[in-house]
Write a protein that binds this ligand. Sequence first.
Ligand code: NAP
Ligand code: F7E
Length: 352
Amino acid sequence: MKKKIAIIFGITGQDGSYLAELLLNKNYIVYGIKRRTSLIHTTRIDHIYKDIHLKTNLILKYGDVTDFSNVFNLINEIKPDEIYNLAAQSNVGVSFELPEYTAQTDSIGTLRILEAIRILDKKRKIKFYQASTSEIFGNSPEKPYNEKSKFEPVSPYGTAKLYSYWMTRNYRDAYSMFASNGILFNHESPRRGENFISRKTIIGIIKVIKGQQKCLYLGNLKSKRDWGHAKEFVYAQWKILQHKVPDDFVIATGKNYSVKDLINLVLKKLNIKYAWKKDKNNFEYAVALNNIGQIQKSQIIVKQEKRYFRPNEVHDLVGDNRKAKKVLKWKPKINFEQLISEMINSDLKKII
Ligand code: NAP
Ligand code: F7E
């Protein structure tokens, strides 16, 4: 049987690496699109990458979704069965500092891929997956969020992703393209970027124990997120493209926790006794109640710091995954505590 060919835009990212593993296991030929960077950063996929000179099912190509001729030529040359658009400036906080670049990548980047497919694939054979996000719901009032909930994004990232969400639907309706959105809620793993809250907290607290940093500085502790495991969430991405018709799906666990719950769990798992206090500006901080590792009793180990607050915040995200469960037969199995334990164990091995 002819092997399926997939393009992954964003293969060097957290999801791209898990998706590449999944597709290779399913006997796909995978073309991974990576950006040119001054240092090679393929660490998340090095374990599956083989010498290009040998016969391999994983081929890496340079590409950037801000360059239409590049996107067009790649799709024209590779002639894929499936395209996964995971490429994005994916950090919500950073999107306030880089709003235009975020739009170029997260909005117009998607449009470039859709346009290339529209022009090249007259027979409408290519299936397109768009990495949409719970950030498009923003602070919309009715929770848990489902496929019919109102969109009210509150960041340049959420707004840019909403444009891509609608363009994916518009191209599906206008040109009969197989174009689907996965509206994914937060998902983490040992491969999560180091400046997202889960990984930042875990790495930060381990470093405080080892004496490599004095304190972990964070922003808003009150916001709540619906955190799942990236490995399970990329399986949903693949399932969305295997469904008989193109459609949009919320992918979430259905349970949410606050940032403070996350910190409490990490501190507990690392056997640190602590107490939360407030300073005169009402900023919270956690003080150690025991000596452990390099931490001295009474040391401030976690502290809120103004610079890590965002100009606007999504307060409370929780998803309703019933459609994905029913239609795709997708169901998350790994719970929040198991996810955080796996991440802690992985970073304990890395930080010596
Ligand atoms: P990630 O780790 O930040 O990976 C993003 C990928 O996009 C990286 O490979 C990155 O390359 C690439 N990229 C960035 N700008 C690009 C450009 N201009 N051209 C081509 N590639 C570019 O993100 P992730 O967590 O894997 O998420 C995957 C996708 O799902 C993203 O679109 C994200 O917005 C979306 N999403 C994520 C979550 C989540 O909780 N993880 C939830 C909902 C939606 P470099 O390695 O060179 O930076
Ligand atoms: O923040 C708060 C922050 O950056 C979670 C991306 O994958 O999921 C992710 O976006 C919460 C927010 O993820 C710090 O204010 C406090 O309330 O881990 P995060 P995010 O913004 O939810 C969605 C679904 C995506 O689509 C995105 O691509 O934690 N927080 N203090 C902090 N967050 C960070 N990063 N750093 C702090 O110091």
